[in-house]
Design a protein around this ligand. Structure first.
Ligand code: 6GU
Length: 236
């Protein structure tokens, strides 16, 4: 990760899925502070745009220097060639399941978190990153988007999830995009709300059919587009 705020990743890399995947040796996440590559005494990483206008633009110098350090550090750690460079920006390709699977197959990713009004265009021209967006809204910086990308990517690495957390029933998994249906755990009754009888029946066939029907119903209700259908507006 190349970022102006490495501290934002601390909790993310030391908890949950990413922590476990690191402990299993499936992935490592290394944080690189772009500001360490500033060259002036103010440690500037951004400057005013040529041609005028509001906002600041991330400068080439610190970003290219940080990229070079990342390449050197990766090689020292035994990686070969170059990293697949990803730049997080609202102008990028929308992130989806097929891109996550593709990224999960990469041995080495270099993830740039955008900030300020944008990047000096020569960062795009010189480093040729894959530009990725996580949706049609603007965030204050690329860090949160980078965590979305890393979490989604690590889940796709074989062995990252335990058997119990298998991805096949997930919403948006390969096996056909559909939403997950309702789930219940103990107690059988909570504040007057009861677990559906079929789930207590022990009839595996009936349970599987119920789950299938519930998943379809929920998908049709909330995301008919996933089934290639129009929204009917029918309540559940
Ligand atoms: Cl990748 N970055 C920022 N700053 N905002 C976003 C985004 C990324 N994706 C959606 N909004």
């Amino acid at each position: 990760m190349l970022t102006l705020f490495p501290g934002m990743f601390e909790g993310f890399t030391t908890h949950g899925l990413v922590r476990v995947a690191r402990e299993k040796g499936l992935v490592d996440v290394c944080l690189h502070d772009v500001r360490e590559h500033a060259t002036d005494r103010h440690r500037s990483v951004d400057d005013r745009p040529y041609g005028g206008g509001p906002g600041m633009v991330l400068m080439c110098g610190p970003v290219f220097a940080c990229d070079e350090k990342v390449v050197a550090a990766g090689r020292a750690a035994g990686l070969s060639g170059e990293p697949r460079r990803v730049l997080l920006t609202p102008q990028g390709t929308p992130l989806g399941p097929s891109l996550l699977e593709e990224l999960a197959r990469e041995p080495w990713l270099s993830v740039f978190c955008g900030h300020y009004e944008g990047f000096d265009e020569r960062i795009r021209i010189g480093l040729r990153p894959l530009e990725v967006s996580i949706g049609d809204y603007v965030l204050s910086g690329g860090e949160v988007a980078a965590m979305v990308l890393i979490d989604g990517t690590v889940r796709m690495i074989p062995g990252a999830l335990g058997a119990a957390e298998a991805t096949q029933d997930d919403s948006f998994s390969r096996s056909g995009a559909r939403l997950e249906g309702p789930q219940y755990t103990r107690p059988r009754e909570f504040r007057g709300m009861r677990v559906p009888e079929v789930l207590l029946s022990g009839d595996h066939q009936a349970i599987a059919e119920w789950r299938e029907q519930q998943a379809l119903r929920r998908t049709r209700e909330r995301r008919p587009d996933l089934l290639g259908e129009e929204h009917t507006g029918e309540p559940q």
